[in-house]
Design a protein around this ligand. Structure first.
Ligand SMILES: Cc1cc2nc3c(=O)[nH]c(=O)nc-3n(C[C@H](O)[C@H](O)[C@H](O)COP(=O)(O)OP(=O)(O)OC[C@H]3O[C@@H](n4cnc5c(N)ncnc54)[C@H](O)[C@@H]3O)c2cc1C
Length: 446
């Protein structure tokens, strides 16, 4: 039986372990951290992620969709909070379409639990990958006491995240391309705890956004009635992590710009000063493989900023695309591995670009009436002409259209919508057949 070594038991590695185990391989998973199943994740900060269709498809393939559904909270729309506390809803898609808030720790625990049910899967925790020999496929791990272990693999699947040790080794090989880019913004997690009666202090089934031009606060619901908030904020500048140093400065800033959020944040001071400030990186590299022996997946090969909610979803989609290629080539690794790297790379680049662009949309444009009108017109197009017009957000979030195709289609749509929005009568006629006919005509003319 071929031995697959998976490096990293995060979200993508543990899902891929299930998929490889189902194919009958001997799967050895090595993870730097301790076993997350023994960590009390509810006692700490509950960090959540938005799960959407691409992610659900891979969870279904692994046979655990129903279990995840039990805990996932649907968010049907963005709830925009302006500076006065006035609210606007912006639905994500058609009636009933939603993205889902899931606990990162809870999902990781479930994936490891499910993978561990297979007799042919072994987990090795507190084992850090230090290096590997690409000629012999031998990996070097150290345990928590610094003791070394060498492990030989038939195939290596590297899912060790944005700061991948395997990728660092690949960087030393000839003609390996690598690029990393940090945003000038960082993020900090804050909390809205449950109400005294255990309910939600703000409306549950929404992704809440406080867009403020060059920065923003967002909040996603958790099953226990709390919300995890994330402040995306410049590292330096007039309003920045650097400038808000004292308790007084920070509280007065929050009172001014997020007045209807701060009233629900009794632990703000502790959260702000004790939680870490983290950076946001985009990583692009190629190829993702070494011959037919090693493949990188998830953040290890394509870390992106979180503004499209697609980092985990694209990593999970890696698992389904890998599976499709494996079936297509009857398990011929010499075809599957290079084709996976070649096929996925343009899609990973596309979602990296889309995610960077969506930051501007979320922190700035969602507060702009003309942008909201544009979204309303696009939504009507989707309702009336679903075969001709699927808005870019829906293509990315609710479909399985390759990201690179979605990006290309989105650019064409943006051009058309720019023209439509220039009409002097657009405010009056936005919901008319005349406007929709013009959009279709412009589409056909392209
Ligand atoms: C603030 C924020 C919000 C996000 N929100 C969303 C969202 O809403 N929706 C979404 O789809 N995505 C979101 N993401 C992205 C998502 O978190 C990642 O894309 C996803 O976690 C990638 O999974 P992964 O398994 O590839 O990497 P990781 O989850 O990082 O897992 C990597 C694993 O490898 C282990 N490891 C690392 N180095 C070694 C080593 N040397 N040896 C052994 N093990 C090692 C790590 O301990 C870890 O367990 C968000 C990211 C951030 C930062």
């Amino acid at each position: 039986m071929e031995k697959i070594v998976i490096v990293g038991a995060g979200l993508v590695g543990s899902l891929q372990a299930i998929i490889m185990a189902k194919k009958g391989f001997k799967v050895e998973v090595f993870e730097r951290r301790q076993d997350i199943r023994s960590a009390n994740i509810s006692a700490g900060r509950s960090i959540n992620l938005a799960l959407s269709n691409r992610g659900w498809k891979a969870l279904e393939l692994a046979g655990i969709k129903e279990e995840v559904e039990e805990e996932a909270i649907p968010m049907y729309a963005r709830k925009i909070h302006d500076e006065k506390g006035d609210l606007t809803d912006q639905p994500y898609g058609l009636e009933g379409e939603a993205i889902f808030s899931v606990s990162r720790g809870g999902l990781n625990q479930l994936l490891i639990r499910e993978a561990d049910k297979f007799e042919n899967v072994n987990f090795h925790f507190e084992m850090k990958c230090e290096d590997l020999d690409l000629e012999t496929n031998e990996l070097l791990f150290t345990d928590k006491d610094g003791k070394e272990l060498k492990v030989k693999a038939d195939r290596i699947i590297a899912t060790d995240g944005a700061f991948s040790a395997v990728r660092a080794r690949m960087q030393k090989t000839d003609r390996f391309n690598y690029q990393q880019m940090y945003l000038e913004h960082g993020y900090k997690e804050l909390t809205i705890p449950p109400a005294e009666d255990g309910g939600f202090r703000i409306e549950k089934n929404f992704l809440h956004i406080w867009p403020r031009g060059s920065y923003m606060l967002i909040a996603l619901p958790n099953a226990d009635g709390s919300f995890t908030c994330t402040l995306f904020f410049p590292f330096e500048g007039k309003y920045s992590f650097e400038s808000l140093k004292t308790k007084e400065d920070m509280l007065s800033f929050f009172k001014d710009v997020f007045p209807d959020a701060i009233e629900h944040m009794p632990t703000l001071e502790t959260d702000y000063f004790e939680n870490p400030t983290s950076s946001l990186v985009t990583v692009r590299c190629s190829p993702w493989n070494h011959e037919d022996k090693l493949i990188m997946m998830g953040d290890a090969s394509h870390a992106i900023v979180p503004f499209y909610g697609q980092g985990m979803n694209s990593g999970f989609e890696d698992c389904s695309v890998f599976n499709e290629l494996f079936e297509k080539h009857n398990g011929d690794w010499s075809k599957v591995i290079p084709e996976f790297s070649e096929k996925r790379k343009p899609d990973a680049d596309a979602i990296a670009d889309l995610a960077l662009h969506n930051f501007i949309e979320m922190r700035d444009k969602v507060a702009d009436p003309s942008f909201l009108l544009r979204k309303k017109i696009e939504k009507r197009m989707l309702e009336e002409h679903p075969n001709e017009w699927m808005p870019l957000y829906s293509q990315v979030t609710f479909s399985h259209i390759p990201y690179s195709q979605a990006l290309a289609a989105g650019k064409k749509q943006a051009k058309i919508m720019d023209e439509i929005m220039c009409r002097a009568d657009i405010e009056d006629k936005w919901d008319s057949q005349e406007i929709r006919d013009q959009i279709i005509a412009l589409l056909k003319a392209q």
